[in-house]
Design a binder for this molecule. Structure first.
Ligand SMILES: Nc1ncnc2c1ncn2[C@@H]1O[C@H](COP(=O)(O)OP(=O)(O)OP(=O)(O)O)[C@@H](O)[C@H]1O
Ligand SMILES: [Mg+2]
Length: 277
């Protein structure tokens, strides 16, 4: 299938501080957090955290409920700002949301009255993107995710997994360099969850972008990621940060490998021990 990239990628009107960004692009990480904390009033929800994320990597993050995972993603997305510390993208301070960053939440939040295609096209109006090129890319993404024949269907006519696929297409429409996934498969049953996560993982490899996945499922985190981060109880800090040196493409049998089980045990020990403390 012909790859339909984003025609607007090169000629973006948001080529903001393009020159500064381009200059530091070669040496600075895509995202870098230095000593970042987030408070809500008196409550320290997160941090301090130091974290650098390289281009074209898939980073999985697990941690106890309420430890600040969604807060961390919101900071990285630019939707929210750190209370302390510094957050940079390619060496430049982050100054708000950008179409270079796509987000997919646990709840698919598709508009019920709009067709799948219209839902996938939403970012084209928000940013805005050139319509004809965006439409071509939307159709390509729907085809890639097996939704081509459902483009005119409303969300209520689709299964949970199909809705999540559509939400994935929508997040990818602007061709973001970074995709943030906050428990994207949380609402699905175990079987659809495994199937969809492996499928999206394969797609991801083809698209070769950078992703950060938040999940409470350790197996999913290891199966999908190049790197696993385990966070502590609130205020969330990094307890473990290791590379997942398992070959790709991965499938259900990957979860039977010795190395997979070792990493899983390491993560479980940390999460469980902290809970007991
Ligand atoms: N906008 C907000 N105002 C006040 N407190 C907040 C806000 N957002 C998050 N919090 C608090 O910050 C802490 C971290 O919340 P966050 O949603 O980041 O946790 P999480 O790790 O994503 O949890 P879960 O796994 O349950 O989704 C929680 O105690 C939460 O109540
Ligand atoms: Mg959350």
């Amino acid at each position: 299938m012909k790859h339909v990239g984003a025609a607007w990628r090169q000629s973006s009107p948001t080529a903001e501080s393009a020159s500064t960004a381009e200059q530091s692009r070669n040496d600075a990480p895509l995202i870098e957090l230095s000593n970042v904390s987030k408070y809500f009033g008196e409550l320290r929800a997160l941090g301090p955290i130091d974290l650098a994320i390289a281009d074209a990597s898939f980073v999985s993050i697990v941690g106890p409920s309420g430890c600040g995972k969604s807060t961390l993603l919101r900071l990285i997305s630019g939707l929210d700002r750190p209370s302390e510390g510094r957050l940079q993208r390619y060496g430049a301070d982050l100054d708000g949301p950008s179409r270079q960053v796509g987000i997919m939440f646990q709840d698919h939040v598709l508009l019920p009255w709009a067709s799948l295609l219209e839902n996938v096209m939403l970012p084209a109006d928000v940013f805005p993107l050139p319509r004809a090129a965006a439409l071509e890319r939307a159709r390509w993404l729907l085809e890639l995710t097996g939704l081509k024949d459902f483009a005119d269907h409303k969300p209520h006519m689709l299964s949970g997994g199909m809705k999540q696929r559509a939400a994935f297409c929508r997040a990818l429409l602007p061709d973001p360099e970074l995709l943030l996934l906050d428990e994207p498969f949380g609402a699905l049953d175990a079987l659809s969850r495994e199937e969809l996560s492996l499928e999206l993982s394969r797609l991801w490899q083809d698209l070769a972008r950078t992703a950060i996945l938040i999940t409470h499922d350790i197996e999913e985190a290891i199966l999908l990621g190049d790197r696993l981060i385990v966070m502590s109880q609130r205020p969330g800090r990094i307890l473990l940060d290791i590379g997942i040196d398992l070959p790709r493409p991965r499938d259900v049998d990957t979860a039977k490998r010795q190395r997979f089980l070792e990493i899983k045990q390491m993560a479980r020990d940390l999460l469980f021990r902290r809970k007991q403390a």
